[in-house]
Each structure stands twice: as structure tokens, then as C-alpha cells.
Design a protein around this ligand. Structure first.
Ligand code: FAD
Length: 306
């Protein structure tokens, strides 16, 4: 069960290895289900009974933005005043002004003063910019581990599309000895992302497998993917196009002890009025979790300044 289902599924979401993750941090609902029902099997049966008596239509299994994830950032940018934005300029430091109150944010050659700041950076980047303000908080943030992943998109013609098995794709258990962790049949999962006579496969390397192929050229990585697709699906056709996307240290790994670390971070942050933290380092790496954490951070700061 763990090898063939839980590990590939969790690796697909977190990009790491299930054995290193904290179930209370990653799947709090499962931990609660086990606590209240005595086993996950019993909890599943109970929730099935509840669902069939509710008779509500099941929500869509997968949802996304029609014009791609970039449209989320573009929409936010379009609603901000251009003179309030500073892009392509890494923040170097976020410093508390102990006496005057407020914060100084230094980015590139500029420094500006703010009443309050939301630091929405990956843990290690947040650690760097907050180091001068509070070394202990910086240490805790820097200790949150991240894993890298690589996705490879391959486009095929209609003949390949018709030859593929039905469904949304597949996960590969570690015990199969492959480097690929998963492949999504994007044309089935999100039909608007491929013309009706084309197939779009999105293949995924995560964790140590992503690290092991990281130094290779795009052509070499595409070669590995095609070789594994041939082994798994019998797919030999030449793709119409292939693109490699590398995501360095992009997915936070909630290891055992993560919730205790969050408690310590929360206590340290409370000593720094006007500072809020948001993003995938804390309580969920999915986009909805990150949006929620940003909204919570903004609300907390606005309440304080109201
Ligand atoms: C391959 C892949 C597939 C995924 N698939 C899904 C999915 O299907 N569904 C889902 O819900 N989630 C998915 N996720 C997870 C989700 O996309 C991320 O967890 C989420 O986007 C993280 O948002 P964030 O704002 O916390 O961090 P990021 O999006 O990483 O944003 C942090 C930003 O901080 C910037 N930055 C870093 N240092 C500095 C600095 N010093 N100064 C200024 N800026 C800085 C970075 O450039 C970056 O833009 C996926 C992630 C990956 C990598």
C-alpha cells in the first residue's frame, strides 16, 4: 500500500519521499481520521456511507486556471499600481526599526520604509533576508528543507493519442526502479490545454531522481523520458515537440518535527510586530494553501494597523 500508492502519490505532490514526511503536517486529515475511527480503512468506509447518503454531485476531480497558472500572477499585477511594484530585484534584507517602529526593506540599491511586511519567500530565502532582524528565526526558517523537480512536456499526434490507455496518467512506484515518478495525460486531465487531435504528456522527476538527472542537457533528459515511456507504455513515436522545465528547490518538505518548528517560528514572529510570513514553507504547498496563507497574512497585518 505504502510502496505502490501512498509513496508515489505523496512524492507526486511533495516531490520527496513519503518516509521522510510528517503525516501530521502533510495529511492532517488522515491523522485525524485514524485517531477518530481507529484505522484509515474504517474511516474511508464511514465517509463513503456519509457521501452516499448526502447525494450531492461530486466536485470536479481536478481544477486549474483556463489560461495557465501564469494568469494568477498576471491578474494580481494588473490590479496593483505600477509604481508600487519593484520586479527583477531580489530583496536583500528586511530589517525591523526597533525604535521608530516599522520595517526597512532593501532591494538592489534601494531601501524603503514600510509599516508592515509580508515575507512570502521560500524558507531559505526568508531566512537570508531576516537574518539581521532575528538570527534564531532565520535559523528555523533556513532549516525547512526543499526538494527540486523537473517536468518534461511532450506533444504527440492523434495516432499516439488514440493508442494511449484511458485515464489521467500514471504514477511509478519507487520499487519499479525507474527515474520517472509520474506522467500526466494532460489532454485528458485538462482538455482545453491540447487540441482534440493531439496528445500532451507531462512527465515528472522528483526528489533524488530529479537531482540525479539535473546536470544533464535537455536533450539527454528528453532521451531518458522517452526511454522510460517506451518501457512503460510501449511509446516509440517521435514527439512533435519536447520541453524541459527545471524547478530548483521549489517544494517544501514537511519533515518529522515540522509542526513543532512552526510553533517556534510563530513564537519568534510574535516578537516582531508588523511582520507576517506566507507561502509554501508553512502549512500546505498547494496553490490554494499558498493563496490562503497570503490572505491570512494580509488580514493579520491590516487588523494590526486598523
Ligand atoms: C513542478 C511543480 C508542480 C506543481 N504542481 C502543483 C499542482 O498541480 N497543484 C498545486 O496546488 N500546487 C502545485 N505545485 C506547488 C505550488 O505550485 C507551489 O507550492 C506554490 O506555487 C508556491 O508558492 P509560493 O508563493 O510559496 O512560492 P514561489 O511560487 O516559489 O514564490 C516565491 C517567489 O519568491 C521569489 N524570491 C526568492 N528569493 C527572493 C528574494 N530574495 N527577493 C525577492 N523575491 C525572491 C522567487 O523568485 C519566487 O518568485 C507544484 C510545484 C511544482 C514545482
Amino acid at each position: 500500500m505504502v510502496d505502490r500508492l501512498a509513496d508515489p502519490l505523496l512524492s507526486g505532490v511533495y516531490g520527496g519521499e513519503a518516509a521522510n514526511l510528517s503525516v501530521r503536517a502533510v495529511l492532517p486529515r488522515f491523522a485525524e481520521m485514524e485517531r477518530t475511527h481507529g484505522s484509515l480503512g474504517k474511516a474511508m468506509l464511514a465517509s463513503r456511507r456519509k457521501m452516499s447518503s448526502a447525494r450531492k454531485p461530486a466536485p470536479a476531480l481536478f481544477t486549474s486556471l483556463k489560461n495557465g497558472m501564469q494568469s494568477l500572477a498576471q491578474t494580481i499585477v494588473s490590479r496593483l499600481r505600477p509604481d508600487a511594484l519593484l520586479t527583477s530585484t531580489p530583496v536583500l534584507a528586511v530589517q525591523q526599526q526597533r525604535e521608530a517602529g516599522g520595517w526597512i526593506v532593501s532591494a538592489g540599491l534601494k531601501s524603503d520604509q514600510f509599516d508592515a511586511v509580508v515575507v512570502a519567500l521560500p524558507g531559505p530565502a526568508a531566512a537570508n533576508v531576516l537574518h539581521i532582524t532575528n538570527a534564531e528565526l532565520s535559523r528555523e526558517l533556513g532549516a525547512i528543507q526543499y526538494s527540486s523537480s523537473i517536468t518534461v512536456a511532450l506533444g504527440y499526434d492523434d495516432q499516439v493519442r488514440r493508442s494511449l490507455p484511458p485515464g489521467f496518467g500514471f504514477l511509478v512506484p519507487r520499487s519499479e526502479g525507474k527515474r520517472l515518478l509520474a506522467a500526466t495525460f494532460v489532454h485528458n486531465k485538462f482538455p482545453h490545454r491540447a487540441p482534440p487531435d493531439r496528445a500532451l504528456l507531462r512527465c515528472f522527476f522528483a526528489g533524488s531522481n530529479a537531482e540525479s538527472v539535473w546536470p544533464y542537457s535537455d536533450d539527454q533528459i528528453i532521451g531518458i523520458v522517452r526511454n522510460e515511456l517506451q518501457n512503460i507504455l510501449g511509446l516509440r513515436a517521435e514527439p512533435l515537440f519536447a520541453r524541459v522545465y527545471k524547478w530548483k528547490s521549489a517544494m517544501a518538505q514537511y519533515g518529522v518535527g515540522h509542526l513543532e518548528r512552526l510553533e517556534r517560528i510563530q513564537q519568534l514572529r510574535q516578537q516582531l510586530p508588523g511582520l507576517a510570513l506566507a507561502g509554501n514553507a508553512y502549512r500546505g504547498i498547494g496553490v490554494p494553501d499558498c493563496v490562503r496563507s497570503g490572505r491570512d497574512a494580509a488580514i493579520a497585518l491590516l487588523k494590526r494597523t486598523a
